[in-house]
Design a protein around this ligand. Sequence first.
Ligand SMILES: [Zn+2]
Length: 168
Amino acid sequence: MKKKGIGLDVKAPSKACADKNCPFHGEISTRGRIFSGLVINDKMAKTVSVSWGRKVHVPKYERFEKRRSKVKAHNPECINAKKGDVVKIIETRPLSKTKNFVVIEVLGQKTKKETLKEEAIEAADVLEKQKVKISKDDKESKANMKDVKAEKKEKTTEEKKEPSTDKK
Ligand SMILES: [Zn+2]
């Protein structure tokens, strides 16, 4: 029997595809949680990383802290979401070790402000990953600094000695 839709209020893609993991043209069924987020990585084959912000209440400070969720989602060929697209994703059965969602609609493009924000977040992530490396390098550089300081002290003592000999 031909599928009429996926039981959700979303626009069906105009293109058809032969992807068996496509909710519109394949055998996959959707259930569970729905999110909309930004595609931050489209380098994988038929997979995108989708990220969105959420706020978590911190009782001690009576304020909200910003947190981000990031999941991998299947990207069917008929939808073909690109980096920078705002997409709607829905939970499905596990499609791989880390992929439990599927893209069902492209809602639009992000604004310039959001682009800058995302780039800043990505840069911060990279910095955090490098922190471990930097801390190791720091120890080495500090050790080098000590050597330099020791050398400088030797030089200064030598310089001090020289003028005193001239005066005599
Ligand atoms: Zn499809």
